[in-house]
Design a protein around this ligand. Sequence first.
Ligand SMILES: [Zn+2]
Length: 204
Amino acid sequence: MSLFGKKKCCSCGENIVTIYRKKLPCGLLCEKCSHEISPFVKSIRFTDTEKLRDHMAYRKENAELLEKFQITRIIGEKTRIVIDDRNGLFLIADCDRWSDRQPDVIRFDQVTGFDEYIEAIESGDYYESSKGIATDLPEGYMTCNFSFTLTVDSPWFDVISMQINKDDLITDDINSSEYREYKKMLAEVRETFRPYYRSARKIS
Ligand SMILES: [Zn+2]
């Protein structure tokens, strides 16, 4: 018996020859197949091979949609929402890892809800920066983050959240050009999906 035994991938059926293997509730997955799973879907969902087969078929269709995807707009600083207005499609991607793992392509009309959040922590409150250091803000300043959550009608995921800004915005003025720019980006996403969603909330 070899070191790893003879294990077959529960998706493609090939022998798993590399050390890399992903464990799913329904079995082991080879390296190639594990990269084909949606980044939005947790492994725990794959309780049986039939579900995995359905998912792989969905990902194949996704790859075809990605082929015809035409970028018309990109919103966001680190994580980005990438929009194809011609085909009514969008995806969420990290700018540096754009093609690493095939992002899920979602149709505009799959969006059923839109919530936007402007989180502001004022000076005097406990404040933890993105670097994890607790800091006291100068008097009169606040730290702000701008994000949104989309509720999506999909068999594979229900909710997608994204933060628009990369670093915390520290400001003493909600009329500053940076603050207004981030609000404008949130509004742009909201307006893109307005004809489709049934509910929207502003939480700030
Ligand atoms: Zn495989």
